[in-house]
Design a protein around this ligand. Structure first.
Ligand SMILES: [Zn+2]
Length: 707
């Protein structure tokens, strides 16, 4: 996905699995038993996601509201005693796994709300209070859900004694299997002393990973430049910069600004200073935190009986083990490196100042990589990305992108503006077959102290109870440019793809409705979660679709046919380097979490960069790891390979869909029914094979990448 292309690291987490994912290892929700608990003094979020009014009321208005939400979350966790106190003879599915599912749904939804506040609220006290609450709750959930021995014993007792006697649906059985396997992986079957250690280490990790993300989000350092030093930078970027007292223009740690300078600025010193700023976000604050994360994860894995944290992390994934991932990387890396070396020869040949772009070994200097690519795009592919963004005014483009989803997936959206944690955010109602599937909130522009990348933040997945839909809720948080005094907000081509991608996650959350909440939506295996969203990005490489979406903000003309033809081929122009860079990250995320402690983080990074991307010079002050949200997040950790892994499947599926028509609702419905509509309630290997009618392969991926 293009997002990584851009992100030299700050890259947050494409899907915020954060702390909550860890908590919700187990989670799920079985609604038809909710009626049994009507007497509980509990607020049930699942009944409160039906109208815009419900959604507005869901989010806290002040600090007291945050306390109330926290209290509700704790009250739901307290319900675990209902499972542990039920006598063995009275156990059934509903009062064991069903109730666990319900608790996890309600708890997860409350935490989802607080997680959004922590990452987006303009008020510091609100953010901090939400952050403290999320940390406390995640620790409590660790104790009472994921590491609760009594709970494990009660559920084990049910599975050992009663489970086979009861008639369960395939989804319920799958949920039981997955949950019990998750408990084992989490060490619940260990003797008391080892188990106490697991509890301690898990809590330490919760705290460390949260601190790591906070330091990235709250990077408040800036750099500043004279106007002349920003020569070549697009006007709308320059117009969006604030001025310091000395009249210099202030550049903050915001992704769109940084890449606009790196792509376009003709002054090498400015690019170097910007690159240095970019690869030092949250450094040195996160240096020792990352070291502690590596050590603590290694210790945890050992106590749990795994050779390393990477082995533990991959154990329940599609890929299953390190060997499979390493063979996957090996099967792609050589052709990608050959192509990347050819690419840079072309990029350098196209640059009059090429002698200054490389070191004495003819390796490209790191701060010139994006500039060289952009220069080649402009002059040799005739693609000036800042000119192209004039064809993507935000309002028009969003309308068109939403129309594509409506047509292909046969959906209906109703849009309105609401005041939530910030005024005038957009709220979409999503309908399928005239049934409300849920809501998606859009918070799309940068602000001070806001989460600084693009991601879909989950609140609650949509679920299906006896064929009745219980609507879900997700938020797409992004940082697309604002309007300036004389131009409307213009999206770059990358922004357009990013929105389509993140919105794809949000829809996966609402269309993957199953009877079990924790198996609904994109509660799927991590190395599968990017498949649907990455597949959707391919729509924006189709000529008809590009014509449909683009509209110059002044002339109202679509992109010229020649520009569209060039955009269609765009992915291939640097696909070799794109893949090598992705595989660098995949190798790093594995290497940090293979067996061992007190690792030399810098040396590991430099060794991998040198062997995987040998045509780019190492930059000695590069500390990108400290600002790399994925590597610390419990959702990704050793599993960064998942992006490329799922892209291979995405390309395979896309070729089949394209044959049937990218706006063909019959195709879209088949895709929903057989793939995303199944949520996480079935092995993704089976879903893919069912849709393709054969085993997946790498042919489409290699062809689309020009390898
Ligand atoms: Zn994603």
């Amino acid at each position: 996905m293009k997002q990584f292309k851009i992100k030299y690291l700050i890259y947050g987490i494409s899907i915020v699995l954060t702390v909550i994912a860890l908590i919700i290892l187990i989670v799920s929700y079985q609604p038809n038993l909710f009626s049994k608990h009507k007497t509980m003094p509990l607020s049930q979020i699942y009944t409160k996601l039906k109208t815009s009014h419900d959604i507005i009321n869901l989010f806290p208005k002040d600090l007291t509201d945050i306390d109330r939400i926290k209290a509700q979350s704790i009250a739901w966790l307290d319900q675990v005693t209902q499972i542990t106190d039920t006598p063995a003879t009275e156990q059934n599915y509903n009062n064991t796994f069903g109730l666990l599912d319900q608790i996890s749904y309600e708890f997860g939804a409350n935490c989802g709300v607080l997680n959004i506040i922590e990452n987006t609220h303009p008020d510091e006290a609100m953010r901090n209070t939400a952050q403290i609450a999320v940390l406390e709750l995640s620790n409590l959930a660790t104790l009472r859900l994921s590491l609760n021995k009594k709970l494990y014993q009660a559920l084990k007792n049910y599975t050992d004694n009663n489970y086979k006697l009861t008639k369960l649906s395939p989804q319920q059985s799958y949920f039981i299997e997955q949950t019990m396997a998750g408990f084992k992986r989490a060490g619940l079957n260990l003797p008391e002393q080892e188990f106490a250690k697991v509890q301690m280490l898990t809590q330490q990790l919760n705290k460390l990973t949260q601190e790591f993300s906070k330091n990235i989000n709250e990077e408040n350092r800036t750099i500043s430049f004279e106007l002349a030093e920003l020569a070549g930078t697009p006007k709308n970027t320059i117009d969006s910069l604030a001025k310091a007292a000395d009249d210099k223009l202030i550049v903050k740690a915001q992704h769109p600004t940084l890449v606009a300078i790196l792509d376009n600025c003709t002054i090498a010193e400015t690019r170097q200073k910007t690159f240095d700023f970019y690869v030092n976000i949250a450094y040195p604050k996160n240096q020792s935190i990352f070291q502690q994360i590596v050590n603590t994860r290694d210790e945890l894995a050992k106590v749990l009986g795994f050779a390393s944290y990477a082995d533990l992390d991959l154990d329940d994934q599609m890929a299953q083990n390190i060997t499979t991932v390493e063979s996957f990387i090996a099967s792609i890396i050589i052709p990608a490196q050959v192509k990347a070396a050819q690419e840079f020869k072309l990029f350098l040949a196209a640059e009059p100042q090429c002698a200054t772009m490389v070191n004495t070994d003819n390796q490209v200097l790191a701060w010139n990589v994006r500039y060289l690519k952009n220069n080649y795009r402009k002059h040799n592919l005739n693609l000036d990305m800042s000119k192209i963004s004039e064809y993507f005014p935000l309002d028009h483009t969003l309308n068109k992108l939403l129309e594509i989803y409506e047509k292909f997936m046969d959906l209906k959206f109703k849009r309105q503006t609401v005041n939530l944690w910030y005024p005038n955010l957009e709220l979409l109602e999503v309908y399928r077959n005239n049934r409300l599937m849920g809501h998606i909130i859009l918070d799309l522009h940068p602000r001070e102290n806001k989460y600084n990348h693009a991601a879909c933040f989950p609140v609650a997945p949509t679920i299906k109870i006896d064929q009745q839909i219980v609507p879900g809720l997700n938020a797409v948080i992004a940082n697309f440019p604002q309007a300036t005094a004389d131009t409307p907000a213009l999206m770059t081509y990358d922004d357009v793809k990013t929105f389509f991608h993140e919105f794809g996650h949000a829809l996966h959350g609402l269309l993957g409705a199953t009877e079990i909440a924790s198996l609904s939506g994109y509660n799927v295996k991590t190395d599968f979660v990017e498949m649907p969203s990455q597949m959707l990005e391919n729509w924006l490489t189709d000529p008809e679709i590009l014509k449909l979406v683009s509209c110059h903000y002044q002339t109202e003309e679509p992109l010229l046919a020649a520009t569209i033809a060039a955009l269609v081929k765009l992915k291939q122009f640097d696909s070799g380097d794109f893949i090598c860079r992705q595989l660098c990250f995949a190798r790093m995320s594995l290497a940090y979490f293979k067996a061992g402690q007190n690792k030399d983080v810098q040396k590991i990074m430099f060794d991998i960069l040198a062997s995987t991307r040998p045509y780019v010079a190492l930059y000695q002050n590069d500390h990108m790891v400290e600002g790399w949200g994925h590597v610390a997040s419990s959702g990704y950790a050793a599993k960064y390979y998942g992006y490329m892994w799922s892209d291979v499947f995405a390309k395979d599926l896309f070729e089949k869909i394209k044959t049937g028509g990218l706006l063909n609702p019959v195709m879209g419905c088949e895709y929903i029914e057989k793939v995303i509509g199944k949520g996480g309630a079935q092995d993704p290997n089976e879903l893919i094979e069912d849709f393709l009618g054969r085993k997946p392969n790498q042919v489409a991926f290699m062809r689309s990448m020009g390898l």
